[in-house]
Structures are given as C-alpha cells and as structure tokens.
Design a protein around this ligand. Structure first.
Ligand code: PHE
Length: 367
C-alpha cells in the first residue's frame, strides 16, 4: 500500500510545478486518470477487508478532493497567467517618445499678433483683413486724404505703377497703414462693427526703429452712440491686458489724423533709465498708439450715415509693441532671419496666448 502522505505530496508538487495547461493535464492524468495513482488505489480497495475498505475509502475521498481542489486552483492560475502573457504580447505602445527640445520658435511679431487677437477677441472683436497692395482710394482718398492732401506726405509711400493707366492717381501703393481695412470692412458689412485688422504695412524708412515693412493692428468700432469714452475704456483695458499689469497710467494727447476727428495719441506711464525701461510706473511717458473718432467723411466713404452712426478707430505698431514688451532694442533684427536671434527672442510653439491661460507665458516660454 502506498504511503498516502508522500503520494499526496508528490501529486501536489507535480501540480504546482506545471507551467502550462499541457503539463497541468499530465499531472491530472497521472493522479486521477484511468490509470492514475489515486484511481489505481481506489481500484485496489476491493481486495481489502471491510473495515479497512471503509477507512481507506474515506482517506482516498479526502485525498481526491484535495487533489481536485489543487488542480482547479492551478488551472485558474495558469489560465490567468496565459491571459496576462497574451495581453502583454499584444500591447501596443501608443505614446510618443518625449523629444528633448521643441524645435522651432514663434517669432515675437507672431506672438504679439496672437496676444492682441486674444485680448480683443475676448472683448468681442472679429479679425478683418485687407490686401497688402492697395489702390489709392482705400489707402488715402476714402480716409479723407484726397489727391494733393498734405497729409499724404506724412507717410513715405511706395507706389506701384498701374499697367493700364499713365495717370499717377491710378497707381497702386503697398499700404502705408492698416487703415484701408476700415474702408473695406464698412464696404462689406453693416454696423454694428467691431473689428481688429492686423497685418503688414510699408513705408520708405530705415533705422533702428523703422523698417520698410512693419506691422500694425487697426481697430474699428462703429455703432449708434459710440463716444470717446468707449475709445478710452477699450484702449485702457487693452494696454493693461497687454502689459499684464493691474494698473497703468495713461494719457491722451491731442493729435492729427485726417481720418479721425478728434484725434489723439495715447501714452503710457513708464520709467526710463539709461539701461532700463520699466512700463507701468514712473514719471516718463511713452507713445503707444494713434486713435480718434472716425471722421464723418470716412463713414460716408464707407457708405455709412454719420448722422446715424459714430465710431472710434486706432492703429498700433505691432513691432513696436514687441520691442517694448520683450525688450528688443533694434527693429531691423526682426527681419534678418538670424536663427540665433530667433532662438533667443522667439517663443516655444507649445505656449498659446490666451486671456485665461496666460498671454505671454513668460515663465514657460523659451525666453
Ligand atoms: N493709421 C494711423 C498711422 O498709421 C494710425 C491710426 C489709425 C490713427 C486709426 C487713428 C486711427 O499712423
């Protein structure tokens, strides 16, 4: 008669050692199969005397159920193991490897553009556009500057000949400011109008603060009952948001533009020292933009009745804003396409300007 304890130990060890379902089945057959060790013992019981038979029967039944329980356990373990291995084999890595450094930089002009659009977008302004090559009607005449108007000399204009006409008045210009977009907007939609028009502008000028191509953003609001107070409130909110300050001193100086009446220039308070320019405090003033109430002649040229509607307009130099906000001393470097310059003054493409998420992302930017 086999020693049941060692039999049990051997069978359980074989079950525990089974590493796959095949080995598990071999262990099962070896113990409980037709010719298995436990089965053989059960068969052999018939020859035993009655009392031994009863006792042996009990023991073998207990042993059998213990083995069955161990088998069941091991099978579950193996099934789980097999499933896990299958899942591990079939995993797809959907993540991208982390890049050491984001390549490329956003140019400060593009950054300021985004910031200005974010600020005015929040105030409910749309972005409008117009062509770089303009006719004199949109660039001058409709803006209350008829031919020979002295104000045309204020801007050093690049003219482009008109192949179909020898008349100088028919020649085109590369727009000297974004103000022609005021006219194009009035021509294409009815008030209320609330737009900004950022874009390229051109004047024959070249020094540390002037380049022949530069950028402006125009603003135009037209509705019934618009007053200078709206202009002031709107621009005050803009400079505060733009320079990311809670308070900023501002003042309006009387000025002259043919297309606005009255006209003003807006200054912001700052502190100028030999080495530094601090915006938002101090006793100095910095001119920041031109603005005014839209001249009735301009409304008329745009097909809007000045007795029914009023508006205000402003024009800001985007490059100048970039120089001030990000401390870039020479405008000419903006357009030299020097990668080292861009790496230094540019912004990482992953930082978006928004009023809620942060305008300049100074902390997280490349600078
Ligand atoms: N177009 C003017 C300039 O280029 C700026 C401006 C725009 C002034 C709108 C008043 C109103 O200097």
């Amino acid at each position: 008669m086999e020693d049941l304890e060692s039999l049990k130990a051997e069978v359980l060890a074989a079950i525990a050692a089974a590493q796959d379902l095949k080995a598990w089945d071999d262990a099962r057959v070896a113990a409980l199969g037709k010719k298995g060790r436990v089965t053989e013992l059960m068969k052999g019981m018939g020859a035993l005397p009655v009392e031994q038979k009863i006792e042996m029967g009990k023991k073998l039944n207990v042993l059998k159920s213990e083995i069955e329980a161990a088998l069941e356990n091991r099978r579950n373990e193996l099934a789980e193991k097999e499933l896990n291995e299958k899942l591990a084999r079939e995993t797809i890595d959907v993540t991208l490897p982390v890049r050491d450094e984001v390549q490329g930089r956003i140019h400060p002009v593009s950054k300021i553009y985004e910031e200005v659009v974010a600020i005015f977008g929040e105030m409910g302004f749309d972005v409008a556009e117009g062509p770089d090559i303009e006719d004199q009607f949109h660039n001058f005449n409709a803006l209350n500057m008829p031919a020979n108007h002295p104000a045309r000399q204020m801007q050093d204009t690049f003219y482009i000949p008109n192949r179909n006409s020898d008349d100088f008045d028919d020649s085109y210009v590369v727009r000297t400011h974004t103000s022609p977009v005021q006219i194009r907007t009035m021509e294409s939609r009815r008030p209320p109008i609330r737009i900004i028009a950022p874009g390229r502008t051109y004047r024959s000028d070249y020094d540390a603060t002037h380049t022949p191509m530069f950028h402006q953003v125009e603003g135009l609001v037209i509705d019934k009952n618009i007053t200078m107070a709206h202009l002031k409130g709107c621009l005050y909110d803009f400079v505060k948001a733009f320079f990311e300050l809670d308070e900023i001193p501002v003042r309006y100086r009387p000025s002259y533009f043919p297309f606005t009446e009255p006209s003003a220039e807006m200054d912001i308070g700052c502190l100028k020292t030999k080495t530094e320019l601090k915006i938002g405090a101090g006793t100095d003033w910095l001119e920041i933009l031109g603005c005014g109430m839209v001249h009735p002649n301009v409304l008329r040229a745009g097909g809007i009745d000045p007795d029914e509607y009023q508006g205000f307009a402003f024009g800001v130099g985007i490059d100048r804003l970039a120089m001030l906000k990000y401390g870039i001393p020479d405008l000419r470097t903006f357009f030299e396409s020097d990668v080292r310059w861009l790496k230094h003054y540019g912004f990482t493409p992953l930082d978006f300007s928004s009023m809620t998420g942060g305008l300049s992302n100074n902390g997280g930017s490349a600078r």
